[in-house]
Design a binder for this molecule. Structure first.
Ligand code: GCV
Length: 822
């Protein structure tokens, strides 16, 4: 019934839902549903909605009040009028909540004689909030709500997000503005964003959030900091989100004045115990502590010849009386590895370090393991450590912030990638043992386990700097709650709540999202190459060789004959042998390794044939062209949504997708040219190295501009750009193509240390002007600053003069790469 009525009335709803939106409300917009349906829905809920939590909880806590207010806000927004909402106790609690596990909820329609009402019961107060959000989702999805009887139990107890926020307010690998928690080494005076963030987290079932960088500032544990942490914890508390912190393992020495931080020294243990007691006096519900040690320059137990278990346990024991958890990161590796030794392999590090320690950790310690063995690359196999640990708690760490995945400037929806890892069977027991079950402690009966997402939302109005990137936080929470949901289900839910309803809107956005990871992979690092970016720098722009010949170990070993790391047991680093036999069997030989991970596991010749029958080199060429084309297509798809979603978000996403399409071309050309030069094998389709309509800036007639080599060479067409060292320069050439309306595409460089200006002239007349004002993360002329300006509909005929003028500013030299006329 509701379906067809909604369809009939859809036209009216779109009309009044198109006000400008900032994205701040994310998926909690509570858009009005059609009026005639509203009354029926309110009646479907009965005479009231009653909120009841487990018997141990008080009936009037701030969590229940937040739940009630949210329900009121949501129902009013979507249905226009709110039924009676009650926070109930006593008999109802015993009847509906007593048997519910923590954090789970039940939603039930109750008919008692002539009285009908809806109960939302939670095993804890947090469960009630989750039930409220679940009911609101049902209403938004127009599902029947008149005879409800359902219970949901979260898949895992750990459903956390980590923030890499520094106390000065900056965020390591944050792309959505500055910290919502910190500024100038204090908690912000206005923490309303934290509260609103807590609401978002709670709506997807996340129950804890760590509030400072794992590269921890020891100052977080200073006595004067504890009230500040307490204020942040208080802002989260109404949403059932508990705060956690990251600490520096050397704190007993740096902060405590001891002459050691040796975890086996009793003075160190006493220091941790006293400090944790002090923390809990200030924040009684602190969720726990996270430690990154012996990793990327952080000190750790190796300083005293102790193990990671020793390190984790000394803090875990201090947390035990308070019920807190200790997360010890499995991301431990040597970043000074000798690349000349073919047996060295960073991928081995986590398993090598933690396998011997299985069973040595305290019951409240959790080893937090990144999804792959390297570091959040565009594609990696599941970390073998998930299948190794049997007697140790573990959690999977997924990265919501898109560090190696386009930094919120490229749309990359991560649920499909996460699903591949979560569903991957590690063959750790005779029955199916997917990573999700191992990480959650289900396979080996561990008391705790689950999911940690590195979120890094910031002060930007839409939290992440890209509206479409919000979907990754949503997906993380939904998967942590129920990893059996499909990527499609999640994307459709998110789209509907965030941009919908509207059939075209829902399907277009969802299709873009669902294909976006593979699109990004295809132009930045297919076949298991890993993201071919500047790995010692900003992790953003293209730089094919940045990972080679250094100690960081993200090598892909491309040479004139072939590409890939031999990680086999037979002839390589032996990494494959860290997997259980069933899995190792698949990865040991190139023939059985899936194409998408081929060069992660094997060094193969460029002429090696994939399962698809294509050679490796031709596949690399083809995929880069396909990827760039898919990115261009997103712009075309998005344009069809004008008028169907609010103009502000429409324009902002359009600009982002246009930028992405331009950037995909830089990646395509750079990677393709690099492999063409290195392998010497031509592209069968003749595209690599050929750029119809392109005139290199260095071959134009230059006034003031001077040619400069670009590093890395592949980041600029022909390896060169022109740069201006005076106040104004120009470059010109004569158009010799066919007459008509053309698209003029100007590739220039937009560093973040100036605001250079450009003007395009045709036959002496200004046709377009712009300022290079983006804040891309580089001061260099490289793959990151490479930018594209498209001027459409330019009437040209053979003999016309095209002239581009650049005026440098600050450190930005108005550099130009080429002009392409299509
Ligand atoms: C917080 C990668 C990132 C670092 C990050 C580290 C980690 O190396 O580039 O910024 O540090 O992972 O996960 O600890």
């Amino acid at each position: 019934m509701r379906g067809w009525r909604l369809r009939l009335l859809f036209a009216c709803t779109t009309a009044f839902s198109l006000h400008a939106e900032s994205g701040y409300d994310a998926w909690l917009r509570y858009q009005a549903l059609p009026a005639r349906v509203n009354e029926a829905d309110i009646q479907a809920l009965g005479d009231s909605v009653r909120l009841v939590s487990g018997p141990k909880m008080s009936g009037s806590s701030e969590v229940l009040l937040a739940a009630r207010d949210e329900l009121s806000r949501g129902i009013r927004g979507m249905l226009g009028r709110v039924p009676r909402l009650e926070v109930a106790e006593g008999a109802l609690s015993a009847r509906f909540a007593a048997d519910l596990p923590a954090d789970s909820f039940r939603i039930k329609t109750v008919q008692q004689g002539s009285i009908r009402y809806t109960v939302i019961a939670g095993g804890t107060e947090r469960g009630v909030v989750y039930g409220v959000f679940a009911l609101l989702r049902k209403i938004a999805f127009e599902q029947p709500i008149d005879s409800l009887d359902e219970t949901e139990v979260p898949y895992a107890p750990i459903r956390w997000v980590n923030h890499w926020d520094n106390l000065d307010g900056s965020i390591e690998r944050g792309y959505g503005g500055r910290s919502i928690f910190w500024e100038n080494r204090h908690a912000r005076s206005d923490l309303s964003r934290v509260s609103d963030y807590g609401r978002l987290l709670s709506s997807i079932g996340i129950n804890a959030c760590s509030i400072n960088n794992v590269n921890a500032d020891p100052g977080i544990l200073a006595a004067e900091m504890l009230p500040e942490i307490a204020r942040i914890a208080a802002a989260f508390r109404p949403w059932g989100v508990r705060a956690a912190i990251s600490v520096d393992f050397a704190s007993p020495k740096i902060l405590g004045g001891l002459d050691t931080f040796d975890p086996l020294d009793p003075r160190v243990a006493a220091w941790w115990s006293a400090k944790v007691d002090e923390l809990y006096r200030a924040i009684p519900d602190l969720a726990g502590i996270i430690i990154k040690a012996d990793s990327e320059g952080r000190v750790g137990p190796s300083a005293y010849g102790r193990t990671h278990a020793d390190a984790a346990n000394v803090v875990a024991r201090a947390l035990q009386p308070h019920g807190g958890l200790l997360f010890y990161r499995g991301f431990v590796y040597d970043h000074h590895m000798d690349w000349r030794n073919p047996k060295n392999d960073r991928a081995r590090a986590a398993d090598d370090n933690f396998r011997p320690l299985d069973g040595n950790f305290e019951p409240n310690a959790v080893v937090q393991i990144k999804n792959g063995p390297i570091d959040f690359q565009v594609r990696e196999p599941a970390s073998p450590l998930f299948g190794t640990l049997e007697k140790t708690n573990q959690a999977i760490e997924l990265q919501i912030t898109q560090e190696y995945l386009g930094q919120a400037r490229h749309t990359v929806f991560l649920a499909p990638m996460w699903k591949e890892v979560l569903d991957f069977d590690m063959h750790a027991a005779p029955r199916a043992t997917p990573v999700k079950a191992l990480a959650s402690g289900k396979v080996f009966g561990r008391p705790v386990g689950g999911f940690v997402g590195v979120s890094n939302a910031g002060l930007s109005e839409n939290w992440f700097g890209n509206h479409l990137s919000q979907a990754n936080l949503y997906a993380f929470g939904r998967l942590a709650w129920n990893p059996d949901l499909s990527a499609r289900e999640i994307s459709e839910e998110w789209t509907r709540l965030t941009f919908g309803p509207g059939r075209e809107v829902d399907s277009t956005i969802s299709e873009i999202q669902l294909s976006s990871w593979r699109t990004y992979e295809s132009y930045t690092g297919p076949l298991g190459l890993q993201t071919l970016t500047d790995i010692t720098g900003n992790h953003y722009g293209v730089n094919v060789e940045a990972s080679e010949r250094n100690g960081w170990g993200q090598w892909h070993n491309a040479d004139a004959q072939g590409v890939g790391m031999d990680r086999s047991v037979k002839s390589g680093t032996g990494f494959v042998g860290q997997y259980r036999a069933e899995v190792a069997k698949v990865y040991e030989s190139p023939a059985s390794t899936p194409d998408e991970l081929l060069v992660f596991f094997h060094h193969v010749r460029y002429t090696y044939r994939l399962h698809s029958g294509k050679t490796v080199i031709q596949y690399l060429y083809d995929l880069h062209y396909e990827g760039a084309e898919a990115a261009a297509n997103y712009v075309r798809q998005w344009r069809k949504l004008q008028g169907l979603i609010d103009e502000r978000r429409y324009q902002e996403v359009l600009a982002q997708l246009e930028y992405q399409a331009g950037q995909a071309e830089v990646w395509r050309d750079a990677v393709v040219n690099w492999f063409l030069k290195t392998s010497g094998i031509a592209d069968e389709k003749g595209r690599a190295g050929n750029h119809p309509g392109r005139t290199e800036a260095e071959s134009m007639q230059l006034e003031g501009y001077t040619p400069v080599p670009v590093t890395p060479w592949e980041a600029a067409s022909g390896g060169m750009a022109v740069s201006c060292g005076i106040s104004r320069c120009a470059a010109r050439f004569v158009f010799e193509g066919s007459p008509g309306l053309h698209e003029v595409r100007i590739r220039y460089f937009d560093q973040n240390n100036g605001l250079a200006r450009f003007r395009l002239f045709v036959n002496g007349e200004v046709r377009e002007q712009w300022v290079a004002s983006d804040r891309l993360p580089t001061e260099k002329i490289d793959g990151t600053s490479s930018s594209l300006k498209i001027v459409a509909g330019v009437a040209l005929k053979s003999g016309d003069e095209i002239r581009i003028e650049g005026s440098p500013d600050g450190g930005e030299s108005a550099a130009l790469d080429y002009i392409e006329i299509q």
